[in-house]
Design a protein around this ligand. Structure first.
Ligand code: GLA
Length: 735
């Protein structure tokens, strides 16, 4: 049951499906107040309204000649707090009006409910395949004095614990106003203790999980890097202090946006909590002309009563059905080999073909030619922007190589970094003004490259045509879209200077337009999003690219944390994971091929090493890994993922994935010890009355679901040596 109900007597909105409810109330001053977000409730008679109490030093409402000392806007839980009238918490919207003042006053006016979702003109947003899958509430608020309309969008989806929100400002006045801050959503929870869970990191150390109690004041997680970044993922969860993987309340937030962002929690002096998510306001300013509108990116809000695993499952269900393009939802991701760590820039046609030969012999399904095939690209100092073939390296051309790969029964993939320009490139020599830059300042390099001004249509058109020339003339099944530096001197030479604060966001709009056009032109190509690994792993990119390169760090020990953290925000079938060489190129660590395979298997599996260097026993083992993955691919890519033991808290890691009558458990031990205590893996998601066959790597036995869940599986403690892994398979017997 999917309902959006408005009770005109109580002035209450109640959005609900069979898992969640979201309740708001329009109060006596037409302020839109927040009442509840959580577990579905069928009956709501009016609990939870914030008491009207006199708080000294809060500003009171004094309207129509009546001063109400028990009403202060600064303590009322709201849906979208504005600025300047006595709410001293972080505002959701800040506008500089035509009189120069920043004071706004948005009050509820009316609402509309539509079937399905409204979509978004310029941004990725949750979609439905059929209007019956969602309902959308659009609440209209007005600043009467300034003739500005604020629309708040709420979409609720059938059977999903996630809802989406966004906001739109429409200028009905004759004047231009300047939006200085505008969040996708804001929401105030009343008093409570909460922890904040976030995913931060750096290049090759993405999505490190951190949890801290929320105290008074403002805590902001953000990116000012021009992309969502390795450094802070556009994800956070606000949880009860007792919440763990399997129990407790979680409210998680993600942005469907890949640019600068901010996620804020603010605990006020009365312990109410304001939560916000949206475009980064530092450096942002948007001139809204008469009759124009500005629509924020969308944000998701997910509720789980079953801890972080419940949250992950709820988010994944939503992402698979409403973010990732439907045609890729169930499409099996091919096992790939990428030549980057095998060759870096130093490859020839023969070398590539020898890798292709080896890969096809090992049962690998997709060959991805990485950086270095274009312009005169022999190192990372040149040629970005010159998307034509490097004939010295590939004398017979890409087309012949693609045929070669296809004849070997494999798919062919190609790397691009379309948003960048090298100083040493034909494109830069012809169009030095196409990089983001200021006329009177030095341009800063990053990895020896500049960022193209994707807010400009002429720039995008040039790159689009270059890509189309390649993609339509050469059979290409897969594109890895990379983005290898963060932005500085964010300024566009063709945008009026009054609009300089719009460039970073206009860049994103331009990028999304490009991606939408490209993916529509080539609907069969599977796109992988990459930004120096997982620097742009977010729901915005996932709308076009259902697969992401999780990290440039392929060390399996480091990957445990990176993949564990990433699993808090994304499904396994988006998460690229490759077996690379040992010693590992990022850390120098030696690990077994087994450990590397067992870590990479829990994601979209692939290889990234020189297959010509393999020993015979490596080849045998790799063939087994490939077979294992193919046999269990559907389970791993489509199944329910559950974290069991955290590498952030222990010297071990374990997770499981289950689908229908089968469950796989992967267990990893990082450093070994003598006289090890026993380690038990606790199981869930089994049918308690069913008999299972349990296949460990050493033996096979039978046990019932309830005893397995009660007693768990004991890991054989005689495992010797560091970096060990074990895989267990449970198969339910037919009744
Ligand atoms: C980035 C990617 C790598 C590789 C290189 C090529 O770092 O994350 O996988 O493609 O670029 O330059």
């Amino acid at each position: 049951m999917l309902t959006i109900d408005f009770n005109p007597d109580k002035q209450v909105f109640h959005l609900s499906n069979n898992v969640i409810s979201y309740i708001m109330k329009v109060d006596q001053y037409n302020i839109l107040t927040h009442i509840y977000f959580g577990k579905a409730i069928t009956h709501y008679s009016g609990l939870g309204v914030y008491p009207r109490i006199n708080r000294d030093f809060e500003v009171n409402f004094s309207e129509n000649g009546l001063n109400n000392r028990t009403y202060s806007i600064g303590v009322i839980p709201q849906e979208y707090g504005d600025y300047g009238r006595g709410d001293f918490r972080e505002p959701a919207i800040v506008i500089q009006h035509d009189d120069g003042a920043y004071v706004s006053d948005f009050r509820y006016r009316d609402y509309e409910v539509i079937e399905g979702v409204t979509g978004h003109n310029t941004m990725p947003a949750a979609y439905v395949a059929d209007d019956s899958e969602a309902k959308t509430l659009i609440i209209s608020m007005f600043d009467e004095v300034k003739n500005l309309e604020l629309k708040l969008y709420y979409s609720i989806f059938e059977d999903k614990a996630t809802l989406t929100r966004s906001a739109e400002l429409i200028n009905h006045s004759e004047q231009t106003v300047s939006i200085e801050k505008m969040m996708s959503y804001s929401m105030d929870l009343t008093a409570g203790d909460y922890d904040l869970v976030q995913l931060n990191g750096a290049w090759a150390r993405e999505r490190m999980l951190e949890r801290e109690p929320i105290g008074r004041g403002i805590r902001k997680l953000d990116s000012k890097r021009g992309t969502s970044s390795h450094h802070q993922s556009p994800f956070m969860a606000v949880v009860a202090p007792e919440t763990d993987e399997d129990h407790g309340d979680v409210l998680s937030v993600q942005l469907v946006y890949s640019g600068n962002f901010e996620l804020t929690v603010e605990q006020d002096p009365y312990d109410n909590l304001r939560i916000q998510a949206g475009v980064q306001s530092l450096g942002f300013s948007w001139k809204l002309l008469a009759n124009e509108s500005f629509h924020t990116p969308e944000a998701t809000l997910t509720y789980s009563a079953e801890g972080f695993n419940g949250m992950t499952q709820a988010q994944n269900d939503f992402i698979k059905d409403h973010i990732i393009p439907r045609r890729f939802k169930e499409l099996e991701r091919p096992i790939l080999i990428n030549n980057w760590e095998a060759t870096y820039f130093d490859f020839s046609e023969e070398k590539i073909k020898s890798l292709v030969d080896q890969a096809s012999d090992l049962g690998i399904e997709l060959f991805v030619l990485d950086d270095g095939w274009f312009g005169r690209r022999d190192s990372d100092t040149s040629s970005l922007g010159d998307w034509f073939e490097h004939q010295d390296k590939l004398p017979h051309g890409l087309s012949e190589l693609s045929d070669y790969v296809h004849k070997k029964g494999m798919q062919f993939g190609l790397w691009f970094e379309p948003e960048m320009i090298s100083e040493d490139s034909e494109l830069f020599r012809a169009h030095p003004d196409w990089a983001l830059q200021l006329p009177d300042r030095n341009l800063s390099l990053g990895r020896d490259q500049f960022v193209l001004d994707f807010s400009r249509e002429d720039v995008r058109e040039n790159i689009f045509e270059q890509m189309v020339a390649i993609l339509s003339n050469i059979p290409i099944d897969y594109v890895k879209w990379d983005m290898n530096r963060h932005m500085s001197e964010v300024y566009s030479l063709i945008l009026p200077k009054e609009q300089a604060g719009e460039v970073a966001h206009r860049y994103m709009i331009g990028l999304y337009q490009f991606l939408s056009k490209l993916t529509q032109a080539f609907p069969e190509i599977l796109f992988e999003s990459c930004s120096g690994g997982g620097g742009r792993y977010d729901l915005g990119m996932m709308q076009y690219m259902p697969q992401v390169w999780t990290s440039d760090n392929t060390d399996p020990v480091e990957r445990l944390k990176i993949q564990y953290g990433s699993s808090l925000m994304a499904p396994l079938n988006t998460m690229g994971a490759h077996v690379s060489a040992s010693p590992n190129h990022q850390t120098g660590r030696d690990t077994s091929l087994k450990m590397r395979g067992d870590v990479a298997s829990i994601g979209v599996f692939g290889y990234e090493l020189d297959l010509n260097q393999l020993t015979e026993s490596d080849r045998v083992e790799i063939k087994q890994q490939v077979e294992f993955y193919k046999r269990h691919r559907q389970l791993i890519q489509q199944g329910r993922f559950t974290r069991l033991i955290s590498p952030f808290e222990t010297n071990r890691c374990a997770w499981s994935v289950d689908l229908d009558d089968e469950l796989l458990i992967f267990y990893y031990e990082i450093l070994t010890h003598a006289s090890k205590p026993l380690q038990k893996i606790t199981l869930n998601h089994l049918d308690k009355d069913a008999l299972y066959t349990v296949y460990t790597e050493d033996e096979e036995f039978e046990a019932y679901g309830d005893e397995l869940m009660a007693l768990g599986i004991i890991v054989n403690p005689v495992m010797q040596g560091d970096f060990q892994s074990r895989v267990y398979r449970l198969k339910k017997q037919k009744a």
